[in-house]
Structures are given as C-alpha cells and as structure tokens.
Design a protein around this ligand. Structure first.
Ligand code: TYM
Length: 380
C-alpha cells in the first residue's frame, strides 16, 4: 500500500493508512481490552467502536478511570459551519450522542462561524452565521440530551470563552501555531489566534475533557496537551474517527466543496439514487460474467464501506453482504440499491427530526440546564 497520504484539519489526501497515522500523530490504538472495559460500563458497544470507525485515542483509559472513581468527565466536539452538512460530518455527532446517553455527561458543542469566515476569503460573516443556524438544526436532530448539552456559536459566546482564550493564547507562540497549522506570514491574524478558541472549551470544567472527532482535528489537541497542565487543567483526552470516504473512491475524505463526492443531509431520494448509481466507486468487475467469476472487492467499494462504517448496523447482515459481494453472488447494482434504501430511510428520519429541531434551538443555545449555567457564568 502506498504511504503517500496526508491528513490536516483542512485536507485529507491519498488513501489514509490509519495504523501509520497513529504512529505519525503519536496516538494510541483502541485495543480489544479497552473496548471490553467500555462495554462493562455501557452494556453494549456502538457499531462505530465494534468496527473500528473510532480507532484511536489519547487518555481514554484515564477517562474511564475517572468515571469509575466517580470524578466524572465531560464531552466536547464541534463544527465549522458550511452550506449544508454531509453525512460524514454526522459521524462524530452520532457517536458523541451514544457516549452522552451511556455516561450521562455534559456535552459542549462549538460552532466556529468565526473560523469558517476567517479561513475562506469568499465568505461573509453573515453567511457563516446563517450556515451556523442551519448546521445547528442538523446537529440538534441527532438527539442530544437538552439538559446536558450546550451548543454555542463563537461570535455569540466569545465573552464566555475570552478569559480562557487569553490565558491559552499567552502560552502559545506564533512559531508553534505556524508550524502546527502550516500558516504563512501572509495569514490573517484571526487565524493565528483561532486555535486558542478551539482549545478553550477543553477547559470549560475542571474535569477531564473527552473529545470525539475525526482525527484531522488532532493538531489542536496536541497544542492543548502541551499547555493544559500549566494552566491548572487536564490534558484533553480524545477518541478519533476515520473518515467516511468520498463517493468517488477510497482516497481522501468526503468534502462539502466537491458535490459529487458527498451526500448532503438535504439530498432528496432521487438525488441520492442518481449520485450513488452514477458516482459511487465500485469494487466490482467490469462485466456481470467477470463479476460472477471473480467477485467484488469490498475493501475499495465505497457503497460497501458506507454500509460497514455507518448504515448497516446488523453484524450478521453486513457479514452476509460482504460474503455475497466477495463471492460474486451479489452484483454492484444490488449492493448500491441496499445503500440507496438505507440512506433514504436515514435521511427521511433525519429531515423529520430537523423540522422538530427548529423549536429546540433556544433550548440548546440559551434555555437548557447546561446552557443556563454557562449563560450565568458569562454574566457572573
Ligand atoms: P469540521 O466542520 O471540518 O468537521 C466537523 C467534524 O466532522 C469530522 N469530519 C468527518 N468525519 C468523518 N468523515 C468525514 N468525511 C468527515 N469530515 C469531517 C471532523 O473531524 C470534525 O470532527 N475546526 C473544526 C470545528 C471544531 C471542532 C471542535 C471539531 C471546533 N471545536 C472540537 C471537533 C472537536 C472543524 O473545522 O470541523
């Protein structure tokens, strides 16, 4: 396998070798022992843990220890809002919801309308704030506990974060931030300061913070871990996910900016069908005869990977699909149809929950129990 890949918070290139990435980033693999330990507490294992979609961590063992000893922990994740979320963006949120449900802990969700604005010359702040509202609906639709979840948008909640952010900023040098994020002297100064704002929520409570996110966000947490203890906080723990591959093939990650690579949460059933049939990269053979003879390759087949990582939770069913596809009994068209049906069912339910979410925005941003606690902190 080629080792020609790179992962940064803005871009994923090539076919990612996740074992190599663990070495490169200096994280830990989630071992079967660690999964057993989680299962002892949670009763079952989420499909994304069973199938190693969440594959890497830092200090997850210490988080479990704190939980077992009654010290507790809290969750933190986030999103840089864009015009329409795609299904890959839901991976960390769906898994975070499961963690919150099982451990009954507080969750902070940062919406970085500032980051999106400052990184994209073509966007206005009004646009990214509108995206924020829209993306928050998709996030609420995932179904978080309203009493234990606080969703905040940087340009609105800056007052709460700023004291912490200044302490963090003072500990970070330009050269560190420049090297970590590949900034240039011509980068705008907002982007240079921004990491302090992504790090601040890791210090919202004096407990250990666990961050479920794609592994592309890791550079922020490396900086956090260098400075947290000197400020009297824990080093943040993380649980990292792999990327849902783009429709177009197993390389890179699904990206909002390449429409044929993604299924958006707003895509209607016809669009989903057309995109999957037209673009979903196939591990099948070029003709039916050859396919029956040699079978398909699920490792590179995007429809199979999506079913495996996300849409077919039943272990027996996914095993049967894999066997039938590999043996040539199942054709690419049949595999794609299974995915189309699953996707459309998922999106239909998501859209209904998204409608209901419109009534819940105030709860999550201002009126829920945790939201009020944070609001009071701002005005203390
Ligand atoms: P953003 O908006 O780029 O991504 C939001 C979350 O989605 C993950 N992600 C994916 N996961 C699986 N498959 C994909 N194809 C895929 N594409 C994106 C990302 O890893 C991320 O977890 N700077 C952040 C916003 C942020 C944040 C945070 C994220 C602020 N605080 C704390 C995570 C945790 C950003 O640009 O995310």
């Amino acid at each position: 396998m080629s080792s020609n890949f790179s992962v940064t918070p803005w871009e994923v290139k090539g076919k990612v070798d996740y074992d190599k990435l663990i070495v490169q980033f200096g994280t830990q693999k989630i071992t079967p022992e660690l999964k057993e330990r989680i299962k002892k507490i949670t009763g079952d294992l989420h499909v994304m843990l069973r199938r190693d979609v969440f594959f890497s961590h830092r200090d997850l063992d210490l988080v479990l220890k704190d939980y077992e000893e009654g010290k507790g922990f809290f969750l933190y994740t986030g999103r840089a809002p864009s015009l329409g979320m795609h299904i890959g963006h839901l991976i960390p949120f769906i898994f975070t919801k499961w963690l919150q449900e099982k451990f009954k802990v507080n969750l902070y969700i940062e919406i970085t309308d500032d980051e999106k604005f400052m990184r994209n010359p073509e966007l206005t702040l009004e646009q990214t704030r509108q995206f924020a509202y829209d993306n928050i609906l998709d996030i609420i639709a995932v179904g978080f506990d309203p009493d234990r979840t606080f969703i905040f948008q940087d340009t609105e909640y800056i007052r709460n974060m700023y004291p912490l952010a200044t302490k963090i900023a003072k500990k970070l040098t330009f050269s560190e931030v420049k090297a970590t994020f590949g900034l240039e002297n011509s980068s705008n100064i907002g982007i240079i300061f921004y990491p302090a704002l992504q790090i601040a929520p890791t210090m919202f409570e004096k407990k250990r913070c666990l961050i479920p996110a794609g592994i592309d966000q890791d550079p922020y947490w490396r900086l956090q871990r260098d400075i947290a203890e000197s400020l009297g906080y824990y080093k943040a723990a993380q649980i990292h996910s792999k990327f849902l591959p783009p429709l177009t093939g197993p390389e890179g990650k699904m990206s909002s900016s390449i429409p044929e690579s993604a299924i958006y949460l707003t895509d209607d059933p016809k669009t989903v069908e057309r995109k999957i049939m037209k673009y979903a990269f196939s591990g099948g053979q070029p003709t039916v005869e050859l396919h029956r003879k040699y079978g398909g390759n699920p490792e590179i087949d995007v429809s199979f990977q999506w079913l495996y990582m996300f849409f077919e939770e039943d272990d027996n069913k996914i095993k049967k699909i894999e066997e039938d596809y590999r043996s040539g009994k199942m054709l690419t068209g049949e595999l794609k149809q299974i995915l189309i049906d699953k996707l459309n069912k998922f999106l239909e339910e998501h859209r209904a929950k998204r409608e209901e979410a419109k009534e819940l925005v105030n709860t999550f941003k201002y009126e829920g129990k945790l939201a009020k606690e944070m609001w009071n902190k701002i005005h203390e």
